[in-house]
Design a protein around this ligand. Sequence first.
Ligand SMILES: [Zn+2]
Ligand SMILES: [Zn+2]
Length: 234
Amino acid sequence: MTVSGLSGTASQTALSVGEIYFLWWFIQGAIMSSATRVRLHRAWGMCGRHAWGFIQVEAAFRGGYLHGPAILYDDLMRRARAAFARRGPGRPLRTVHALKRKGPCILCEMRYKADSRAPARPELIRQGAEAENFRSFVQATAPGWRPAVCGICAANNAASRCRRHLLDDMRQKRVADLELHAERVAQIARRMRRYALSFRYENRAAATDADRAALICAVGWCSGWRPLLSLMAS
Ligand SMILES: [Zn+2]
Ligand SMILES: [Zn+2]
């Protein structure tokens, strides 16, 4: 069984009842456990389907207050920035190693997919499938994230790359200037930091739309842009 969700009405890409139920449970606190954090670090978050699904479900249940994702992606983008900061003759190889996924997506490992079921209350699932808060956030921040969309994910000639497609380019020796990618990642990390800190009461007015857009850039960079692009096209 599926419900209309992240990717509109296409049942293969909409979040299933099982996925929404797991993500609801996940945002109640499981995301904060240190064992889960280690797995999220190792996998650079989650696969594309589940990474975007996580943000959508969090937005649906929290009215667009995306504190949990902000903490996670602040963490991941600091790691991404550090992956490029390696110096010396073996730098490209060590960066390739650091950018690889070292473990599976948590939901995929538990076999959550487009037809997963769960004994969940229908109102809970209806609320979790609601994509309007997520869409509003994405649309309001579009000027900030559009330049970061990966040219391979979007099938255009943009020079930006997500982590996976940058890895492909590096393996094929198609990266002329790694510094350019390092600087883009550093910029996302700086903005992500400001957005994450803006959830503290004393900083509540500090984040700009460009800082909020960094969350979209971070998810796209870590897990790829295709699920978001499908949503925007639906
Ligand atoms: Zn997954
Ligand atoms: Zn890509």
